[in-house]
Design a binder for this molecule. Structure first.
Ligand code: NAD
Length: 260
């Protein structure tokens, strides 16, 4: 389905990004994977995706808080495969604290990775997509790009920014063969969320299982986590000809969270 297309998935050494990378590879896309981790584990992941799906996979160690690194990651995709057809801006971090207690360096880090990293990724990839007359930009926003929760000022600001910026890019690229959409997941059980579950368990004296249930049920009416594979399948659909007129949207995949 995606044979012959070349994709970058940022933050694909863990969680949602890894799920998206695996689904895109299963459908035939070559990949640039990216993210932090142990060299050996990353090489194993890279080789396993190549072997399992018969696609080419290269790794970029780009730090998504650094625009020069992002430009080098896009160049790596073009020099390795000849084009960048799909850009999934997924890398992200979380920090929770009230506005009064939010450390300035955490604010800057969340904005640099979750918002500015998306901007610089799109800025670097768009000229290549325009040259080819085809591109699929998929930004991983959040339910927190549509609604808020307490203690997540930087994250909510960044994710609302991603939704808005995606609309701008959709307008700037309308009719060119390029689309730009934001997927807005609810809770997905990844290391990013596990940290929040463990913090809640410790602060409120629950077991980790109880904290997980409470965190889920407070926001997500389905009472079930979204899976990385489900997000990967939605991303893959956005890359198909059937989705050519879907652009500038924010697509919730959140078990009903933002329906409330
Ligand atoms: P995760 O912590 O499991 O994975 C994050 C990935 O980003 C890792 O590969 C990590 O190495 C990478 N990363 C972090 N900082 C980076 C940097 N500076 N440069 C390059 N890579 C970096 O988290 P996740 O839950 O899979 O989150 C992925 C995305 O999904 C994030 O944008 C997050 O905001 C979003 N999201 C997550 C949830 C959820 O419930 N887990 C819900 C909605 C949105």
């Amino acid at each position: 389905m995606l044979n012959g297309l070349n994709a970058i998935v940022t933050g694909s050494t863990s969680g949602i990004g890894l799920g998206i990378a695996q689904v895109l590879a299963a459908k035939g896309a070559n990949l640039v994977i990216n993210g932090f981790g142990e060299d050996e584990a990353i090489e194993q992941e890279r080789a396993a995706i190549e072997a399992e799906h018969g696609v080419k996979v290269v790794y970029s160690s780009a730090d998504i808080s650094k625009p020069d690194d992002i430009a080098a990651m896009v160049d790596l995709c073009v020099s390795s495969f000849g084009s960048v057809d799909i850009l999934v801006n997924n890398a992200g971090i979380q920090h929770t604290a009230s506005v009064e207690d939010f450390p300035a360096e955490k604010w800057h880090a969340v904005i640099a990775i979750n918002l500015s990293g998306v901007f610089f990724g799109m800025q670097a990839a768009l000229p290549h997509m325009r040259a080819k007359g085809f591109g699929r930009i998929i930004n991983i926003g959040s339910a927190h790009g549509l609604v808020a929760s307490a203690n997540k000022s930087a994250y909510v600001a960044a994710k609302h920014g991603v939704v808005g910026m995606g609309k701008v890019v959709a307008l700037e690229t309308a009719g060119t063969g390029i689309t730009c959409n934001t997927i807005c997941p609810g809770w997905v059980h990844t290391p990013l969320v596990q940290k929040q579950i463990e913090a809640m368990a410790q602060e409120q004296g629950f077991s980790v299982e109880e904290a997980s249930d409470k965190l889920l049920c407070a926001k997500q009416p389905s009472g079930q986590f979204v899976t990385p594979e489900q997000i990967g399948e939605l991303a893959a659909f956005l890359c198909t000809p059937a989705a050519a007129q879907i652009t500038g949207t924010a697509l919730p995949i959140d078990g009903g969270w933002t329906a409330q």
